[in-house]
Ligand binder design. Structure first.
Ligand SMILES: [Mg+2]
Length: 287
């Protein structure tokens, strides 16, 4: 078994514990080790070495996975994930522990699962895209603040974002899921967790070929605060001021046009067409 171990030099944990991982992988089989100088060089490193190995082990967080995603789809090798980022929502969606040794154990045990990959205007994403309050919060907070994204910081963030980003008009067309109204936030999720610890819906799945759409209709600040924690936890059932639907594809138009974050990065803007490719990527996960 030949492995490619790629780490993101920009990841938060840096090299902490990675030598240990490297040594274990060398004892276990053949290892190609790549640590590009710039995070932007990750895709090329994967494209260059990925086809010659049996599996790719990626050290980093959601930002790293998003950077590497197109290259990973291209080389089509099972992915082992070592959560080393500021936000590790994908790892959480897959029940992969933050501890690197334990995460590596999961890779070595070899149980694979195929998960979905989603696209927003042909830009791939794995956790979620957001428009409205979420991106506004991203603008206001540096990554350090996001790393300590406690409940209080979250509530303060949402109130601050609310000052600058009021409602917008949107038309959502996802077949049976159709809305025309004013919203504060729209999230379209492929996975379960996103945004550094948010949950789109408690029963969301990353392999059902469906996108979870979560709409926050325009409402008062007080009502928003009242629903903010349910929004964070994905407790959408019986929530008056949250709308949750599932669909295979959808189109969203907004007035005014809005910036969209995909997996926390600003990568697109409305109008946006979202679709999902079912079971596009094999990942090592706990059984
Ligand atoms: Mg899904």
């Amino acid at each position: 078994m030949k492995s490619l171990l790629v780490t993101n030099p920009g990841s938060r944990c840096g090299d902490k514990g990675i030598e240990e991982i490297e040594a274990r992988l060398q004892r276990w089989g053949e290892l190609v080790r790549v640590n590009p100088e710039q995070p932007e060089d990750l895709p090329e490193a994967i494209l260059e070495h990925g086809k010659q190995v049996d599996q790719i082990i990626l050290g980093g967080g959601d930002g790293t996975v998003n950077l590497a995603l197109d290259a990973l789809l291209e080389v089509d090798r099972p992915l082992g994930l070592l959560p080393m980022g500021t936000a590790n929502d994908l790892a959480r969606s897959l029940n992969i522990p933050d501890d690197l040794e334990q995460a590596l154990n999961i890779v070595l045990r070899g149980h694979q699962r195929r998960i979905d990959i989603a696209f927003a205007n042909d830009v791939s994403f794995i956790n979620a895209i957001g428009m409205g309050l979420g991106p506004q919060m991203t603008r206001e907070m540096d990554s350090e603040t996001k790393a300590q994204f406690g409940v209080v910081a979250y509530l303060v963030g949402i109130v601050r974002a609310f000052h600058k980003q009021r409602g917008f008009a949107a038309q959502v067309d996802g077949g049976s899921c159709r809305f025309d109204g004013r919203f504060l936030q729209i999230t379209v999720a492929n996975g379960i967790h996103y945004g550094g610890g948010m949950t789109v819906a408690e029963d969301a799945k990353i392999d059902d070929g469906l996108l979870d759409v979560l709409l926050v209709p325009e409402q008062s600040r007080l009502a928003l605060l009242a629903s903010a924690l349910r929004f964070r936890l994905g407790q959408t059932r019986d929530a008056d001021n949250l709308v949750h639907r599932r669909c295979k594809a959808l189109r969203i138009e907004t007035d005014p046009p809005l910036a969209i974050t995909a997996d926390g990065e600003f990568l697109a803007e409305t109008p946006v067409e979202c679709k999902v490719r079912r079971h596009a990527l094999a990942v090592y996960t706990p059984e």
